[in-house]
Write a protein that binds this ligand. Sequence first.
Ligand code: UD1
Ligand code: CA
Length: 451
Amino acid sequence: MKTLYVLVLAAGQGTRMKSATPKVIHEMAGKPLLEHVLHAVRALHPKAIGVVLGLGREKVQSVLEERGWDKLGYIVQSRQLGSGHAVRMAQPWLKSKKGTLLVVYGDTPLLTTATLQRLVEQHADSGHAATFLAMDIPNPSGYGRMVLDPQGFLERIVEDKDASSEERAITLVNSGVACWDIERLLKVLPRIQANNAKHEYYLTDAAKLLRDLGERVGVVTTSDPDETHGINNRVDLARAEAILRRRILEQWMREGVTIVDPETTYVDADAVLAPDCRLWPGTMIRGASRIGANCEIGPYTLMEDAIVKSGARVGPFARLRPGTIIEEGARIGNFVETKKAIIGKKSKVSHLSYIGDAEIGDNVNIGAGTITCNYDGFFKYKTTIEDDVFVGSNANLVAPVRLGRGAIVAAGSTITEDVKANALVLARARQMAKNGWAKEFRGKQKRSKHG
Ligand code: UD1
Ligand code: CA
């Protein structure tokens, strides 16, 4: 197989998104659009990946770097004069390279590695100057139409805006994905002209120019038009997200996860789930969350960059924020919020609690309404609760504070100092009762009201 390089075109302004954020970093299933494309192409093990960026490129670059993409080659296209012009800007990057260039658009996030692989292989086997990925769709409007010759090779691509009414009737359209022989592409690239409705340099015109030189351009057709669904506006984005979400859920169901109601369950692309866990309706698993085997999550539960280990039960109506680790067999009940918190094995936080910046040992019981007071308006402080502690209902744990192993905290206490192991701690006013007082009081008040 020839050496493979990938070029991702992502400099378009994305005007139709009507957004201050560059189109390709809008998120889908918890990940920027561009990153979905990068994942699909990285799995082909190309020798290098170049990304063409334009307006807002600093923002795109910093998002990618933050998310661990450090080996990309960046190419700047400061004026968006068309996809052909974008590849022209990559000429210096391409110059010393030989082999196949796979060009993909940054706004088609549903592409799969399997389809790209098929395209790359067919291109390599054929020896053609270029090979396009096409799709046959009932409503081709907006897409470039593929005009084929009688042998089934590509003659040219005509953009929607430039097409005659006969050409508009063609249902075979350009996906935007194509393989090019680098040397032959570089030969025709400077000859692309902007004589079309949009006055842009179209990369697709390179196909016709190659043909004029006597070269052949092949076509691979995908059976799944969803794959090449391009995102131009937020309606497209929502549609793509729905398709991807379904794909992700089906993948996990095949891996042994029970999803009671796929319609109302959301799992981000980076989440990892073990077999025999069960997601109840209304559950959202966001970011790089992990769920172990035999867990039950939900209904109506939100997890974000959180880890739940095997046999744990979370929800209904729980919110696990980033940095949460729920150890094996632990239980998080309704209206509990956790953040940067470790909840030890078999420990229970069953109702109405906030546990933030905390480390809780094994077999701990946290009573209803317990709050870790972790913030003084300036800094965050940690609460440490050792194994076997019992915290009674409605306790406030004012951090920094430590409850020693086996201690018992009386209900309603506000704890401001460390508690020794096995101590009982009461930090509330002592109960006082005046017997008969209430009855006397009512009688007195009634008498003065009625006369
Ligand atoms: C393009 C194709 C069309 C195809 C469709 C599939 C061309 C000329 N047309 O149309 O045949 O059916 O995609 O979705 O290629 N870009 C740059 N710099 C530019 C212009 C565009 O980097 O100066 C990038 C964009 O970020 C985008 C891609 O190229 O990722 C395609 O550009 P776009 O304007 O979205 O083309 P379409 O009109 O969708
Ligand atoms: Ca597009």
